[in-house]
Design a binder for this molecule. Structure first.
Ligand code: ADE
Length: 241
């Protein structure tokens, strides 16, 4: 079954964009996933193809109309049955690897990319949208956030990441740790040496060193992830830990 992304946007030309290249692009050609971008404006009914209006209560900017979006959502969700309807907004639940895993495991996603100051709250509620944020910053629209979310999902689809190591072995993987640092040739560069243990050929010691580096990086750089990791480790003790 092909994992399906249906996008509602005012800028359909932004898709597949970078997802047509590299790993995701190859997987797209192999039909491991599919994408369809629908132009929200094509669901407007008036002569001027209006999709937005001024906010009740006043204030700057424009708000996307619920009536137009509702028709657009109906069309999009009917083309992607069973897929959750995600609305990308800085007000949403912050995207993390757990949510990415959930979305990748399902049939696909229908994504609403907002523009202007936002979307009328009533259609968000009426359609039971899952509000998701790419992070604590503000984009000019949901499209780059959609590309980012899709990229994270696509690399988890079966057959997309080739090679030996599983996609779950790295940063924010099953263990919720940041990755250890990587090195390749030359063994000495600009007076900087690769850590001795990596040249030793002792696989168990390499694994121990990497584990310690991953833990130290997580503890110092991302105390929030470290706390989560400790809570999980306490709940389900890991023989490796
Ligand atoms: N739209 C604007 N900013 C966004 C963000 N940070 N995440 C998701 N969608 C957005």
């Amino acid at each position: 079954m092909t994992w399906r992304a249906t996008i509602l946007t005012l800028f359909p030309d932004m898709f597949p964009g970078p997802l047509g290249l590299s790993l995701a692009g190859r997987a797209l050609r192999e039909e491991r996933w599919a994408i369809e971008a629908l132009d929200i404006r094509s669901f407007a009914t008036d002569r001027h193809r209006t999709v937005d209006d001024t906010p009740f209560g006043g204030g700057a900017g424009m708000v996307m109309r619920p009536d137009v979006l509702d028709v657009a959502c109906e069309a999009a969700t009917s083309r992607n049955p069973g897929a959750p309807l995600v609305y990308l907004t800085p007000r949403g639940r912050r995207l993390d690897q757990a949510l990415v895993r959930e979305l990748a495991a399902g049939p696909g996603v229908t994504v609403l990319c907002g523009r202007y100051e936002g979307v009328d709250q009533r259609v968000i509620e009426a359609r039971g949208m899952l509000e998701v944020s790419a992070g604590d910053f503000v984009l000019s629209g949901g499209e780059p956030a959609a590309l980012l979310m899709l990229d994270a999902c696509i690399r988890l689809l079966p057959g997309v990441m080739g090679g030996a190591a599983s996609a779950e072995e790295e940063s924010h993987g099953a263990e919720g740790l940041l990755e250890y640092p990587h090195y390749t040739r030359p063994a000495e560069w600009q007076g900087r040496k690769v850590p001795e243990v990596l040249l030793s050929g002792h696989h168990a010691e390499v694994a121990r060193w990497r584990r310690a580096e991953a833990e130290a990086a997580t503890r110092t750089r991302r105390p929030d992830l470290w706390d989560q990791h400790l809570l999980r480790a306490r709940a389900e003790p890991n023989p490796r830990a």
